[in-house]
Write a protein that binds this ligand. Structure first.
Ligand code: TNX
Length: 769
């Protein structure tokens, strides 16, 4: 042991590199993500590392490695003969496309591949290997890694339609994706809420379609000095920018597949060119709502010409073999009710309204084929049948569509809700941003990781060969900021990368052990990832007025929970939590999970006095029933924190289970409003409120059950017109000698006219004093 240490130190001092023989064999743990197909520990020897290498081989890959090192470590590798050899070489035959081998041996570090993508992935693995060992001060073990992807489609979809992220962020995403060995970015550039790509022939698509007035009184109160009107939000990519981003992605071996949705999700386009819509509802604006919209393209010849013109420009910009034409959630009402559509259907020989979408699908499938491209659509394109064999189906409504398509001989990409939907929350932490919370269905890291792209029904059948791979979808309705996008995407994207790259046999526990290293890389890359899986969550009981019994846990169990009592911060040198703690009501507890010295999540800090323990937020109250469960705020793109409400929009109603009202005199309540900006078909008619007893409405608080005569009814007048939060304080009308359930509902007039211009009240916080 001692001799080895001396050798290492001597080696480092000399600035040269020496192989160090190690005595006893040891278990090799290499936290590489996605997990390589094979890692062989070739000898019990190591190579000491620092920033000196003797670099040789493929210049472009070396440049990419050095720019990655500069970004993440502040300086690049110096090429010197004093360092270990590090070579990147293209060879004639090896593992197949995109594969590589990485060999650490007496010859130094040799990375080989058949193609540039393979070399890049070998470089990415080397970067992980190097940084992990460098940061922990360890030499590189002699290993041979042989690796190649299981699937050829390893994708993420980024929704820019709902919130525009901008070129700098998209480039960052491309970098981050490529280090996870993703090779496809589906760029969702068009949706009801925004058109994000310049089309030269139709400038209004971006002049008009790229901007919207955000939902919410608060957001609309911010005026544009130039127009005196509410300031619009949005943006778009010029064709020059698109070209640059496509080239940037190609250099990182990512193909960008553009998505231009049709014949639905077309409101932003129709706001710009209403003549291509069904002429029923006149002029519409770019929408600031979420949900499913009525507007569809019409069947006029000039509409097909217009869509073809757009696709021609799109094909010029994107060399991708595949073009995604959307096709999801197309509503048929407008077609059904429109006499002109009936006339066109007769002319075109379309027999039923259900036949219209298949007509679009066939038309554009053939159109793309003519130009040597292949169409991809969401699984609705299967309805109506008879599409070209080359069309690819993206299965999102579960796996059904994918299975059916594969049996029919279509290639498919699996991206089923909710497992690969990154707009779903992954935990019940209060630190989850706006999005789709637990009652909508939780998508924790483990579910994503264990996703098997070949559904059971296809395993062992011909159909299995038609599965091209898997894709995670980042729908951004509720992600106003890029930080939110990062939180929702990482580390779940790492889990998807492994499902798409690594072998079928996956062990979540092994993945979990590699997460601390992943977080370390994320920190170097400035990714604002979600650490909620490691967040320490308490369970507190109070056996009497003085004592508190606190047990601690987190969703995932790696390393150890450490805690400190009555201190400002917690570190790995504080005690390790093993059994429930007995504390006093005046204590404060601060705790977090650590792996060695590395903190794995933001600390949880707890006050244990009665008032603090009584506090509930919309995240810790229960909702009265399921329905549309969302965590929401308004839509203005300011990065500063704002109130968000975890609620069922069909029935804004919350329960405080077992509120201990003994000795409580006063309830403190915080309320706010969010816009009702949802397109939910006829369900807007069923949003339930209490019947108001005055013009401005009330907040009603019930004891036990959510009906009958309220215990308290507070006028909402003081909160009207307040764009932020309003505090209420109300004395209880009687005394209680124990715990009871409290139910909170708002009384206001029913919503009218689809909810346009209406607000929903939300409960932000309840404290018992
Ligand atoms: C359904 S997935 C949609 C999107 C929404 C998403 C929200 C798909 C093809 N359509 O328009 O953003 O749900 O999860």
């Amino acid at each position: 042991m001692k001799l080895k240490a001396i050798l290492v130190i001597t080696a480092l001092l000399l600035g040269g590199f020496y192989y160090v023989s190690q005595g006893e064999p040891q278990e090799l743990f290499l936290p590489i993500i996605p997990k390589p197909q094979s890692i062989e520990h070739t000898a019990h020897k190591t190579v000491p590392i620092n920033f000196d290498f003797e670099l040789s081989g493929h210049d472009k890959t070396i440049e990419l490695l050095n720019s990655l090192m500069t970004k993440t470590y502040g300086h690049s590798f110096k090429s010197t003969s004093a360092g270990a050899k590090l070579s990147f070489d293209l060879v004639d035959s090896l593992t197949g496309p995109e594969g590589y081998s990485l060999d650490v041996s007496e010859n130094g570090i040799e990375i080989k591949a058949e193609d540039e993508a393979g070399l890049y992935y070998g470089m990415a693995t080397f970067w992980q290997l190097f940084t992990h060992h460098f940061d922990s001060g360890k030499p590189l073990p002699f290993v041979k890694i042989e690796d190649k992807p299981r699937f050829k489609w390893r994708g993420l979809m980024l929704d820019e339609g709902r919130h525009f992220q901008g070129a700098a962020f998209v480039k960052d995403m491309i970098d981050w994706m490529s280090l996870h060995k993703f090779n496809i970015l589906q760029w969702h550039l068009v949706d009801d809420q925004g058109w994000r790509i310049e089309i030269k022939k139709y400038p209004e698509l971006t002049n008009v379609g790229a901007y919207r007035v955000p939902a919410g009184e608060g957001a609309r109160a911010i005026l544009d000095p130039a127009t005196g009107e509410p300031k619009k939000i949005g943006g778009f990519y010029t064709q020059e920018q698109v070209k640059e981003i496509v080239a940037y992605a190609a250099a990182k071996h990512i193909t960008i597949v553009p998505e231009i949705g049709l014949p639905g999700h077309a409101q932003s386009a129709l706001a710009a060119y209403p003549e291509h819509g069904v002429n029923l509802s006149g002029k519409m604006d770019v929408s600031a709502d979420w949900g499913i919209f009525e507007y569809t393209y019409n069947l006029e010849e000039k509409t097909f010409d217009y869509l073809e013109d757009i696709l021609l420009e799109v094909m010029d910009l994107f060399p991708s073999e595949y073009i995604h034409l959307g096709g999801d959630e197309v509503q048929k009402n407008q077609w059904k009710e429109d006499p002109r559509t009936a006339q066109r259907m007769a002319e075109l020989g379309i027999e039923t309204v259900e036949g219209i979408q298949p007509y679009f699908t066939r038309h554009f499938d053939q159109f793309l084929s003519k130009y040597g491209r292949k169409m991809i659509g969401w699984d609705e394109i299967l309805e109506g049948g008879d599409i070209h064999k080359t069309a690819t189906v993206m299965s999102w409504r579960g796996e059904k569509g994918g299975i059916e398509a594969a049996h029919k001989g279509h290639t498919v990409i699996m991206s089923p809700w909710p497992t690969l939907y990154l707009d779903m929350h992954q935990s019940t932490s209060e630190r989850e941003p706006t999005g789709r919370p637990a009652l909508a269905s939780l998508t924790p890291l483990e579910n994503v990781y264990m996703y098997e792209p070949i559904p059971k029904e296809l395993q062992g059948t011909e159909g299995a060969h038609f599965v091209l791979g898997a894709q995670g979808n980042i729908w951004t309705e509720h992600m106003r900021t890029n930080n939110q996008v990062m939180h929702m995407t990482f580390p779940r994207a790492a889990a998807i990368s492994e499902a798409a790259w690594s072998s079928k046999e996956r062990d979540f526990n092994n993945f979990m052990q590699r997460l601390p290293a992943l977080f370390n890389w994320y920190n170097k890359l400035n990714i604002a990832y979600a650490d909620v899986a490691f967040e320490v969550r308490p369970n507190i009981t109070a056996p009497d007025d003085e004592q508190r019994i606190v047990s601690l846990s987190s969703q995932l169990d790696v390393g150890a929970i450490h805690y400190a009592i009555n201190k400002e911060s917690v570190s790995a040198s504080d005690p390790i939590y093993t059994d429930p703690l007995t504390l006093n009501k005046n204590d404060t507890l601060i705790t977090s999970r650590f792996k060695g010295d590395q903190i794995l999540s933001a600390p949880t800090s707890l006050k244990l006095d009665k008032v603090s323990l009584s506090m509930r937020t919309d995240d810790t109250l229960e909702v009265c029933d399921a329905g549309y469960h969302l965590k929401l705020d308004d839509d203005y793109p300011e990065s500063k924190d704002r109130a968000s409400f975890n609620m069922n929009i069909l029935h804004p109603c919350w329960i405080y289970k077992g509120a201990d009202l003994k000795d409580v005199k006063t309830l403190e309540l915080v309320v706010g409003q969010i816009p009702f900006n949802f397109q939910i078909g006829a369900d807007w008619k069923h949003v339930k409120f209490d019947t108001p007893t005055s013009k401005d409405g009330e907040l009603n608080i019930y004891e036990g059950v959510c009906e009958g005569k309220p215990l308290l009814s507070l006028s909402l007048t003081p909160a009207l017109g307040n764009h932020g939060l309003t505090n209420f304080s109300a004395d209880l009308p009687k005394t209680f000698d124990g715990a009871t359930d409290l139910c909170f509902k708002f009384a206001r007039p029913a919503i009218t006219n689809f909810g346009i211009g209406h607000n929903l009240w939300g409960l932000d916080k309840v404290t018992l004093r």
